[in-house]
Design a protein around this ligand. Structure first.
Ligand code: ATP
Length: 199
């Protein structure tokens, strides 16, 4: 799997639609302090479903929308599209290229798309389970992340190995099944109590 391009519009300092294309090998983003290099990394995390504003260096989610400058009016929508080459079908879709898009309006409405089809955040996240690409997976190594990984508790370090061993998906499904089971048991208890009252 290979990150082909990212298109950013209205996200943080990107008031104009900007397309960054990556080619084989190592790519580097260069620029003076404050020009928006880290905003590109934030945009990648955001489009992969990041919900933690702290991790996006924002106080509230609305802060990721371009908030204007002296010369330009603020925008009302932020949109990021990530296009990945999927040649080994690592993403479970039989398509050579997969694009994911996230859009946020200032009124709080948000939209997610996979190949331009609207999806729920859950579906977008599921697409990346066990690929190492998810919002908190190991494909994004920010400053301090290696130290953090080394000093993490063993249980937290284990999550990284689970992602690499492709078992995250099953773990998440197992947790969902357990939650459903608990809800069903609770419903059963309520039904039994109603039945005993009726008898
Ligand atoms: P450094 O090299 O110092 O780490 P950088 O190139 O990584 O800098 P970023 O942190 O990506 O820079 O960008 C910071 C810039 O983004 C600041 O000028 C800030 O004003 C601008 N910025 C952040 N959020 C918004 C927003 N919502 N609207 C407009 N500009 C924003």
């Amino acid at each position: 799997m290979f990150l082909k391009s990212i298109e950013i519009f209205g996200f943080k300092s990107f008031a104009d639609k900007s397309l960054i294309q990556f080619s084989d090998g190592v790519s580097a983003l260069l620029g003076p302090n404050g020009c928006g290099k880290s905003n590109v990394v934030d945009a990648i995390k955001w489009v992969l479903g990041e919900q933690a504003t702290k991790s996006l260096r924002a106080d509230k989610m609305e802060d990721v929308i371009f908030n204007g400058t002296e010369a330009r009016k603020a925008l009302n929508v932020a949109e990021v599209t990530l296009t990945l080459q999927n040649d080994h079908n690592l993403l479970p879709l039989d398509m050579p290229e997969v694009s994911v898009k996230r859009r946020l309006y200032r009124n709080g409405d948000s939209e997610y798309y996979i190949n331009n089809t609207p999806v729920r955040l859950k579906e977008l996240r599921e697409l990346f389970y066990d690929t190492g690409v998810g919002k908190s997976a190991y494909s994004i190594m920010e400053q301090g992340k290696i130290d953090q990984v080394l000093s993490n508790k063993p249980e937290e370090r284990r999550l990284i190995f689970e992602e690499a061993a492709a078992i995250t998906k099953f773990k998440v499904r197992g947790q969902e099944a357990e939650r459903k089971l608990l809800r069903t048991e609770e419903n059963m208890r309520q039904v039994e109590s109603i039945l005993s009252e009726v008898k």
